[in-house]
Design a protein around this ligand. Structure first.
Ligand code: FES
Length: 148
């Protein structure tokens, strides 16, 4: 192999390596969430409608939940009235992991470090020290709306 040919092949290889590196993010991680975290930023208070669902087809069973737009909405009771539901930010206030609703225990539990929150978002168990933001739920006919 001639020197020039070798260098040309090496140049292509280095370009491929650098391209691959940039595609997989070898550089700055300033915009990357840490492992186990989410980018589910909670809606700002007063920002209006977060999302709506049709109660004729969604969340028909007590304990079921839906996550959308940074909010977790849970059905707590059977009647189609606002007080049968709760809506809180889905991002744990400790490090941002998405929380789950545990229907058997009637509370939100973070799978990352085990923080627990009441259905209104209050901290029941750390390490989280800050309550989850709770959002307003309205029901009009079969339409449930979550408001910030
Ligand atoms: S991220 Fe939820 S307890 Fe740590």
């Amino acid at each position: 192999m001639e020197r020039q040919e070798f260098l040309a092949k090496l140049g292509i290889s280095m370009a491929a390596i650098c391209t691959g590196c940039s595609l997989v993010g070898c550089g700055s991680k300033s915009n990357d969430p840490s492992p186990g975290t989410t980018t589910n930023n909670p809606p700002a208070p007063g920002s209006g409608t977060v999302f709506s669902i049709n109660l004729a087809t969604d969340l028909q069973t007590i304990g079921t939940f839906k996550v959308a737009s940074g909010v977790i909405l849970v059905r707590l009771a059977a009647d189609n009235v606002a007080s049968s539901f709760t809506a809180v930010q889905v991002a744990c206030t400790h490090q941002g992991t998405s929380i789950n609703y545990n229907a058997n225990q009637g509370k939100f539990i973070c799978p990352n470090h085990g923080s627990q929150f009441s259905t209104s978002g209050a901290v029941l168990l750390g390490p989280a020290a800050v309550s989850l933001k709770q959002y307003t739920v309205t029901v009009n006919g079969d339409t449930l709306t979550v408001m910030a």
